[in-house]
Design a protein around this ligand. Structure first.
Ligand code: ADP
Ligand code: MG
Length: 327
């Protein structure tokens, strides 16, 4: 076996093979998949790169593996689909082919099991830095995908979970404050985000969401995407936003909960709109995850924040943009 084959072997050994509708899986030139009757494929691809998205020295390999797959799978959740297969392309420095790769795969395999994903192929190559590219395929009943483009004036906007938690964790990690045991727990969302699969599928099954997106870049940026795609605006109430809880001892460190919630990225929560008629019947929790109404959709194509003081201000996109490099 040559070195590349050995590495491929090291990868696929970690993932139990399940036929699961797969006609041809790993080992041939390409995979052959068979969709179930009356369903559509929902396909997404996501790059997770050393130095841009994670740091080899700070982020444990097992965390890199599970987070890479969680990020990619969040896009499947944001369409309302069920995860089925994934493809893993890896570029690795020689130094990362041993223990690092094992730990990385352990984290990814655990996440794959939790999300119901079967590894169906990929590519393995050597590179000077760690490059991870994931393609995830989901399945959904024909025509049920929830797009960014369906929000209508008068709809109400909901968000799952809490916003700003991942950003708080990352800021603490950058300042090395997470090494203090009492704040270690605040890193959970940054290290181990969970795609909101059950909520996404619930919304698709009930056909009650008019639009949806996952919050990867921050509320201000991601809500902007829904508004642009739908040709509408929004009025957000600051006091309704379920913002991260910042411990009092950390408040003075330029860690304002509202700012973190408005512009912090990587929470991977779901942001979705619901018609007014349905909004009253929205449960407060779906699959154990709280959902909170935070805004209404407006005709005027602007996103406005109603502050805690009652004043209106434009809410401009201030989230994560790799080409602006705000992080
Ligand atoms: P080719 O040279 O035709 O691209 P490879 O030797 O790269 O074939 O791959 C052989 C098989 O191993 C293929 O089925 C491919 O999908 C699979 N494979 C390679 N790398 C990975 C990986 N990182 N994860 C999953 N499957 C992989
Ligand atoms: Mg190949």
């Amino acid at each position: 076996m040559d070195r590349e084959e050995q590495l491929i072997d090291q990868v696929i050994r970690r993932f139990p093979f399940k036929r699961n509708g797969l006609r041809v899986g790993i080992g041939d030139d390409a995979a052959v998949l068979r969709p179930s009757a009356d369903t559509e494929w929902v396909v997404t691809t996501d790059a997770f790169l050393e130095t841009v998205h994670f740091l080899r020295k700070i982020h444990p390999a097992e965390v890199v593996g599970s987070k890479a797959l969680a990020r990619a799978t969040s896009d499947i959740a944001a369409m309302g689909a069920r995860p089925r297969y994934f493809f893993l392309t890896l570029g690795l420095p020689e130094a990362c082919t041993g223990a690092w790769l094992d730990e990385f795969l352990r984290g990814m395999a655990r996440a794959a099991k939790r999300f119901g994903l079967t590894l169906a192929g990929g590519d393995t190559t050597k590179y000077s830095q760690i490059v991870i590219s994931l393609t995830v395929m989901g399945e959904i009943d024909r025509g049920k995908s929830i797009l960014r483009s369906g929000a209508k004036p008068g709809d109400l906007l909901f968000v799952s979970g809490r916003l700003g938690e991942a950003e708080l964790g990352w800021r603490l990690m950058q300042r090395k404050l997470h090494k203090q045991a009492r704040w270690g727990g605040l890193l959970k969302k940054h290290l181990r985000p969970e795609p909101r699969l059950a909520l996404g599928q619930w919304l698709a099954a009930h056909q009650c969401a008019t639009s949806m997106i996952d919050t990867s870049d921050g509320l201000s940026t991601d809500l902007g995407h829904i508004c642009k795609a739908s040709g509408v605006g929004a009025r957000v109430w600051a006091k309704k936003i379920p913002a991260v809880r910042v411990p009092a001892e950390l408040r003075h460190r330029n860690l304002d909960p509202l700012q973190l919630a408005l512009h912090g990225g990587e929470d991977y929560e779901l942001l979705f709109t619901v018609s007014k008629r349905f909004a009253g019947r929205m449960p407060h929790k779906v699959a154990g995850i709280p959902v909170t109404q935070i805004a209404e959709i407006t005709h005027e194509k602007k996103v406005v924040l109603v502050g805690t003081d009652g004043h209106n201000n434009p809410l401009l996109p201030g989230g994560w943009d790799p080409f602006r490099g705000s992080r």
